[in-house]
Design a protein around this ligand. Structure first.
Ligand SMILES: *C/C=C(C)/C=C/C=C(C)/C=C/C1=C(C)CCCC1(C)C
Length: 243
């Protein structure tokens, strides 16, 4: 595995029917392009918004680097790069929680809100990893625990403290918060679907098995890039852009 090189030579192995390889490839390019976009736009914003845009760029950049590794891993082994996948998520999902905190800071969000969300996301991901890679015969159990942590995040942002702060902030902040809430409710729900396709449990007889990587790759593109663009659009609206 030549994963130390970002642009390893995989061209000889590209197969047009390899949808997993294709989505890893397109995913790595999309994440890279999004990162360039966010980073290069940084100087347009003043300090208040710069951190949010920087975090958007870090999310897609961390994903891009993991996608280069995952793509190589896939081409070398033709198996799911589950370890890299979860390391990527463990770094990027907490950063998405930070984004919620950053946009709600104007309404007085406390760090405790951020840590609650981060803690729940780590529980969600670590238990998901257990089910997908460590205790695979108990995938349904670990997936269920992970799902509880997921619904806690959904609750907190849709109905809990984060929601109250968003309402207090109102206007563009409230609108953007709502869009981000939809990302978490619908966009993030794609992941447990992928998990159920890739592991064995009570659900297997209902939804069957399939390629977990194609599902995760599509979900990552929607959630990481889309989420960042919502923040970007909010920052543009909230301030006079310097030219
Ligand atoms: C950029 C990566 C993101 C937004 C990843 C999000 C991942 C999840 C929301 C994963 C959730 C899971 C469950 C709710 C249950 C089954 C196990 C997981 C980890 C796939």
């Amino acid at each position: 595995m030549n994963s130390l090189l970002l642009f390893a030579d995989v061209s000889s192995k590209l197969d047009p029917t390899d949808y997993v390889g294709f989505t890893f490839f397109v995913g790595s390019m999309a994440m890279m392009a999004a990162s360039a976009f966010f980073f290069l736009s940084l100087s347009q914003f003043d300090n208040k918004w710069r951190t949010s845009i920087l975090v958007s760029g870090l999310i897609t950049f961390i994903a891009a680097v993991h996608y280069f590794y995952m793509r190589d891993y896939w081409f070398a082994n033709v198996e799911s790069p589950t370890f890299f996948r979860y390391v990527d998520w463990l770094l990027t999902v907490p950063l998405m929680c930070v984004e919620f905190y950053l946009i709600l800071k104007v309404a007085g969000a406390k760090k405790s809100l951020m840590w609650k969300l981060i803690f729940a996301s780590v529980v969600m991901l670590v238990t998901g990893y257990f089910g997908e890679a460590v205790f695979m015969s108990q995938a349904a159990l670990w997936g269920g625990i992970s799902g509880i942590a997921y619904f806690y995040i959904v609750y907190e942002i849709w109905l809990g403290g984060a929601k109250k702060l968003a309402v207090a902030a109102g206007g563009d902040i409230l609108n953007s918060h709502k869009i981000l809430c939809w990302f978490v409710l619908v966009g993030w729900a794609i992941y447990p679907l992928g998990y159920m396709l890739g592991t064995d449990g009570w659900y297997t007889s209902i939804i069957g098995t399939g390629s977990v990587d194609v599902v995760y790759n599509i979900a990552d593109a929607i959630n990481k890039i889309g989420f960042g663009l919502v923040i970007y659009a909010l920052a543009v609206k909230k301030q006079v852009v310097h030219s």
